[in-house]
Ligand binder design. Structure first.
Ligand SMILES: [Zn+2]
Ligand SMILES: [Zn+2]
Length: 254
């Protein structure tokens, strides 16, 4: 994970053959530096997949694409595409699909699924290659059945654990923003993430990453403590990592 927080989201997933970014919510300089730090050349990207049009997921996209000569195709849903602002400049090849579609790209199978969030057509993704399934489920107000269904059999799961509800309630945000975050189209709380972990986390999960933390309304300590207790309840012991806002994650080899 190049970054995972309310301040910016971008995840690199690669095999020997195929390399993709999911979201481009860091600027070009940060994105290229963080790719270089994991030994990846941005010009070798095969595609960029977009989850939704919020700026913490797309703010770096236009400049990244232009710097790469607009050669790297960008995949997004048919309804998300018109919502992106390219500033009137030339755009890269846009590959549209309907939410729920499966895209085969090199040796990756990228499955999209609808998530409940306040944008036109937001999706999460699972990426399967060589029998390993990687799932990304952030930016969702709650975990509906279709999301849980898509997360089944995951070996690696990046799950949102956005805020501690008590910290959010007493925190600095205006009331309408607090309501938005707490709504069913907002962000997943630590409690909601822990409920899922304690009851339905797939037993195949070997690495559980809690991400998209709010810097104002959460702490790593609270997130981790709740998740450890939830895993104990579930009787599972995957590797647990809480993504630190603004810091690049380690490389996970699967
Ligand atoms: Zn969002
Ligand atoms: Zn976000």
């Amino acid at each position: 994970m190049l970054a995972s927080s309310s301040a910016g989201n971008s995840t690199f997933i690669g095999t020997e053959k195929t390399r993709i970014l999911i979201d481009a919510g860091l600027n070009r300089k940060e994105t290229f530096q963080r790719l270089a730090a994991i030994g990846e050349d941005p010009s070798k990207l095969d595609a960029i997949f977009i989850t939704h049009e919020h700026s913490d997921h797309v703010c770096g996209l236009p400049v990244i694409c232009r710097t790469l000569g607009n050669r790297v195709p960008v995949f997004m849903t048919d309804l998300t595409a018109p919502a992106l602002d390219w500033g009137g400049r030339p755009v890269p090849p846009i590959e549209i699909f309907q939410a729920g579609a499966l895209t085969e790209l090199g040796d990756l199978a990228v499955q999209s699924f609808t998530i409940p969030h306040d944008t036109v057509d937001p999706v999460g993704y699972t990426v399967t290659a060589q029998g390993i399934k990687v799932s990304i489920a952030t930016d969702l107000g709650y975990l509906p059945e279709n999301v849980k269904f898509n997360l089944r059999d995951s070996h690696f799961l990046l799950l949102e654990s956005n805020h501690h509800p008590d910290l959010l309630k007493v925190g600095p945000y205006p009331w309408h923003i607090k309501q938005r975050i707490l709504s069913r189209k907002g962000h997943l709380s630590n409690d909601a993430a822990c409920d899922y972990i304690a009851s339905e986390l797939p037993s195949e999960v070997q690495m559980l990453i809690l991400g998209h933390l709010s810097e104002q309304n959460n702490t790593i300590w609270d997130t981790e403590l709740g998740a450890v207790q939830a895993l104990e309840k579930r009787g599972l012991a995957p590797r647990l990592v809480v993504a630190e806002p603004r810091r690049q994650g380690e490389i996970f080899l699967l």
